[in-house]
Design a protein around this ligand. Structure first.
Ligand SMILES: [Zn+2]
Length: 165
């Protein structure tokens, strides 16, 4: 990155520290030419590819906004939503892919949302998966009953659970 003062291309890192729970790193730099100091922040890029083909950076805020409506009047706190968004990001980063389709983000939301609140999950799933009839709800509820919530076990692999396909 060029020095913002003299545009010199070289700088020396004088300090590095993780920020945002380790998802970013902030570096304090010193220009080798003019000696000015400046900071850079690096985040490994997680791009979400929308249906239109447009890429945009992953945003926890967008995940939260996407599920907030489904959680209306349910016992779900802002902390719960923040944790859910964090789980979604971890799930997506664990795939090792730098580019992720928007569809997969929706999938990654379903599993932790179900753990959080089954009613909110059903609301979200009905919109996200385009339920068009009572039968769709009945089928989903039957699956919810057939496959007990896995609150106590690892949730890592639930994204690929058969009920989500
Ligand atoms: Zn400089």
């Amino acid at each position: 990155m060029n020095c913002p003062f003299c545009r010199n291309e070289e700088s020396r890192v004088i300090d590095s520290r993780p920020v945002d729970e380790g998802t970013s790193i902030r570096r304090r730099r010193e220009c080798t030419k003019c000696g000015s100091r400046f900071s850079t922040q690096e985040t490994s890029v997680l791009s979400i590819i929308k249906r239109s083909g447009v890429a945009e950076p992953f945003s926890r805020e967008k995940v939260i906004n996407g599920v907030r409506k489904a959680c209306q009047n349910r016992p779900v706190s802002e902390d719960d939503l923040a944790l859910l968004a964090q789980q979604v990001e971890e799930t997506l980063r664990a795939t090792g892919q730098a580019e992720i389709e928007a569809q997969e983000v929706g999938m990654a939301i379903l599993s932790p949302l179900r753990e959080l609140d089954e009613v909110a999950y059903l609301r979200y799933a009905s919109v996200y998966r385009n339920f068009s009839s009572l039968e769709d709800f009945e089928g989903e509820i039957a699956l919810l009953r057939a496959i007990p919530s896995e609150k106590t076990s690892a949730t890592k692999n639930q994204v690929s659970s058969p009920q989500l396909k």
